[in-house]
Design a protein around this ligand. Sequence first.
Ligand code: ASP
Ligand code: MG
Length: 439
Amino acid sequence: MKVLKFGGTSVGSPERLAQLVPIIQSQESNRQLVVLSAVAGTTNALDAIATQYAQGNVVEARQLIAQLLQSYQTFVQALFVTPEGKDKGQEIIDCHFALLEDLGNDLFTSVEERLVLAQGELLSTTLFHQYLTEQGISAILLPALDFMRLNEDQEPDLPYIQQRLTHELNQFQAETLFITQGYICRNTFGEIDNLRRGGSDYTASLIGAALAAEEIQIWTDIDGFHNNDPRWVANTKPIAQLSFEEAAELAYFGAKILHPQSVFPAQKANIPVRLLDTLDRQAPGTLISSAFDHPDEIVAVAAKDNITAIRIHSSRMLLAYGFLRRVFDVFERYKTPIDMITTSEVAVSLTIDDRAYLREIITELTYFGTVEVDDNQTIICIVGDFKRNKNGYATVVSEAVKHMPIRMISYGGSEHNISLLLPAKYKIEALRALHHRLF
Ligand code: ASP
Ligand code: MG
């Protein structure tokens, strides 16, 4: 079994959707499970609709629904060839859009909000399945809501997923092609839920792990992880192979191609993940696996924007224990993850990228000492394998950025990452200087 996940742009137009067929058919495995995202832009549109409903703006919500419906009507007319196919396609969208319309008739709940968000993947998979039928290709549509589930901690319930999905697949012994929705799931209460934005990659990785798949393929519109950000730096190159650790660091710190959480299920089950490009099917892409590491090599540079740095100065920290725990406790209570941290005897600096509770956090931290906040910072992350050569890299990296005002440096947290924090306006210069020096 291979798991093939196609992102929003890969299903973003009728032509692109039709191009998935040769990709699926050229696989050498005997069975494939295809995970689809919503058509590009749909989840954003649904999010806007849910927001209007939640604010009681039914008229505005229905205007947005009408706009989205229009785009799906055009989509269906172009996707299907036969009049029967076009009718079927129209029926599918009518059914989903009627549901969206109906939600304006009474109180709009948070469960309904997630029901709205789920329509994107439900639409893309149902339309694709119908398209395959029209093309005479046999495939089974497996509803993700029947097997993707979160446990009490809001984490994917892998044993349940494994058991349910295996059961579903066993009912279709003779079938070789299966389709399901990315992103959507149920929670422990059985309500419709989701794996958060960009979560379709995570679905693919969870399914790959649950089925001990040969391989997980993530198809997007770029030819793999690049060694630097191609939007800002010229002559970047796709990286042929990465370890799971390197991929996790890169996905987390900026490279938008892969959902960061999606590395872990595959890593745990040791399933190789291949990043591939629907626009350039022959391109080798990036292979993420445990079979490879880069002894002593820097493989990539990435940047993460919109970072806020917080420094807490306190004489009470001197020779005290328990200080950091109390500081961390504040962030934990406000469910705000910390990315980088550096400390001295009398101060601790850390960074966050979620500012939702910044004001509350600062108020509480002020109790420990003076607090300084710098927003608009960028983390530049240098990823590679620093196990053997411990001395060289910090020097090379700091040489490259020596004329820039570095706010924090973090080295040694893992053997795969050096992180620098600097004001956002130096980001492009830093990316380019590092590229020039390292590659
Ligand atoms: N459609 C969802 C989103 O746009 C999930 C995904 O595409 O990965 O966030
Ligand atoms: Mg994505």
